[in-house]
Design a protein around this ligand. Structure first.
Ligand SMILES: [Zn+2]
Length: 80
């Protein structure tokens, strides 16, 4: 009887340890996903003139395109 109780306690401890390890790994995996989604949700757009990636919040915009500078926007809008 005592042996069975000890076996149950041991099993419980092992399962607790496994779930704890899984939680740690899950945190590591999810934190990795978070940083990736943070990068992709940064919404960086490519300047079609010079190829620089810019944030729409700070970029110069024209015709649904975004530019790193006034100069690039002017180049894009000015036909050659
Ligand atoms: Zn540019």
């Amino acid at each position: 009887m005592g042996m069975l109780l000890r076996a149950v306690v041991l099993l419980f401890l092992v399962l607790t340890a496994i779930s704890g390890i899984r939680r740690i790994f899950g945190m590591l995996v999810s934190s990795g996903r978070d940083s990736e989604s943070l990068n992709s949700s940064g919404n960086m757009v490519k300047d079609p003139v010079c190829g620089t990636y810019v944030s729409p919040q700070t970029a110069f915009s024209a015709r649904n395109e975004f530019f790193c500078s006034e100069e690039c926007r002017t180049k894009f809008l000015t036909p050659r």
